[in-house]
Design a protein around this ligand. Structure first.
Ligand SMILES: CC(C)(COP(=O)(O)OP(=O)(O)OC[C@H]1O[C@@H](n2cnc3c(N)ncnc32)[C@H](O)[C@@H]1OP(=O)(O)O)[C@@H](O)C(=O)NCCC(=O)NCCS
Length: 164
């Protein structure tokens, strides 16, 4: 089940982030940082446990970044990340202040299936890179930037409401 994170989830979120940040697959975040920004997180709960996490960072001009996407390895390839990204896009569609979702990722097939396209990293606003200072790969970034325009999806949602 996909749901918004609660403050009690912060430790479980950090555990997954620590697991994946150790080998550079995710940016490390302190527990305090997670608690402070808990409203940005979505979690996937299964059998009462947090087994998937994802966060949304608004405020990069009209961009929203999907970040800290991770699923407990015991639950891989069950469509959890797919549902988390879809849920994130649905949330972004409700907002007026963003028209494009982007991600810096190693998981190209996942995002390609969801309609994201590869973009030149240099097209992203400079301030996006501030967070990269803490990354193990900051001097040799091997992630791919991918983006999805929300404008057609917003239009489609409006049309569906109008014609239903
Ligand atoms: C990437 C990750 C989030 C995928 O989670 P998941 O819940 O297993 O993903 P899904 O089941 O929704 O997979 C959807 C599609 O993505 C692709 N995919 C997922 N994991 C893959 C892998 N290890 N290798 C190749 N393709 C993969 C497949 O196309 C898959 O569809 P399929 O199972 O029908 O073939 C998970 O492997 C993970 O936590 N990785 C470590 C952290 C990370 O790299 N996060 C991404 C940063 S943005």
């Amino acid at each position: 089940m996909l749901r918004e994170a609660k403050i009690e989830d912060a430790q479980a979120i950090q555990n997954l982030i620590c697991f994946y940040s150790e080998n550079g697959k995710m940016l490390f975040r302190t527990l305090e940082e997670i608690e402070k920004n808990i409203a940005d997180f979505l979690v996937w709960e299964q059998h009462g446990q947090v087994v998937g996490i994802c966060s949304l960072k608004f405020g990069w001009d009209k961009l929203v970044e999907i970040r800290s996407l991770g699923v407990d390895p015991r639950y891989h390839r069950q469509g959890i990340a797919t549902k988390m990204v879809q849920g994130s896009i649905e949330r972004a569609l409700l907002r007026d202040d963003c028209d494009t979702a982007f991600v810096l990722t190693y998981a190209l097939p996942l995002f390609t299936k969801l309609g994201f396209q590869i973009v030149d990293k240099m097209e992203l606003p400079q301030k996006v890179w501030n967070d990269c200072q803490a990354c193990l790969h900051k001097d040799n970034c091997d992630e791919t930037a991918m983006s999805l325009s929300l404008i057609p999806l917003k239009k489609q949602a409006i049309d569906e409401i109008q014609y239903s």
